[in-house]
Design a protein around this ligand. Structure first.
Ligand code: HEC
Length: 179
């Protein structure tokens, strides 16, 4: 009986260690990409300033420009996408050839990692568009951002807009106030 006593204490300790270790592994970038463990806040930076997804999909991911004069607002509505994490990651890395959705993996279409195709397989005029490329390890963060702040959220709200723009919200979100 005496031997069983420590168990309830040791178990949480082991769990704690496991969590600590996975956090460490994550911070070191050694987490398997397949697990798609991402940090939505990091993903926001990628969405705004590394991949410039915002230019086509809008701050809310709904494909609308909002008040951003740079936005083309031609992107799909990511809030309504049916894609799961893996599907999102694939579209981000490989783009959607034949549409303006660019690929973001530097090696896409050099080897056959994307849809089993290389550049030479495409007709002139139909070649995949290259976007702002960023490192592979950013993809899970971007996926987490889309899943956390977009998918299934319905119509963008003033609160969401304020969260997105922070200090610049007054001006950037004014268009939502008049609605
Ligand atoms: C140049 C404009 C442009 C940029 C930049 C862009 N996209 Fe897109 N994206 C599109 C368009 C247009 C579509 C719709 C393509 C189609 O199906 O016709 C699309 C589709 C998608 C889809 C598929 C949605 C679905 O349900 O099928 C995802 C996911 C996506 N984009 C994510 C992103 C992310 C994340 C970024 C930034 C890394 C990004 N896009 C950058 C234009 C863009």
């Amino acid at each position: 009986m005496a031997l069983r006593r420590p168990t309830p204490v040791i178990l949480p300790m082991l769990v704690g260690l496991a969590v600590l270790f996975s956090t460490f592994a994550h911070a070191q970038g050694t987490t398997a990409p397949a697990a798609l463990v991402g940090d939505p806040e990091r993903g926001k930076t990628v969405y705004q300033r590394m991949g410039y997804c915002v230019n086509c999909h809008g701050w809310a991911g709904d494909g609308m420009a909002g008040s951003n004069p740079m936005a083309h607002a031609t992107g799909a509505n990511l809030r309504k996408t049916a894609l799961d994490a893996e599907g999102l990651a694939q579209v981000i890395k490989c783009g959607l050839p034949g549409t303006p959705m660019p690929y973001h993996d530097t090696a896409a279409y050099r080897d056959d990692r994307c849809y089993g195709m290389v550049m030479a397989d495409f007709e002139p005029g139909g070649v995949p568009v290259r976007g702002k490329t960023f490192r592979d390890k950013e993809v899970p963060h971007l996926v987490a951002y889309i899943q956390h702040y977009m998918i299934g959220l319905g119509k963008p709200t003033l609160e969401e807009c304020a969260l997105y723009y922070g200090a610049a919200a007054d001006k950037a979100c004014a268009y939502l106030r008049s609605e």
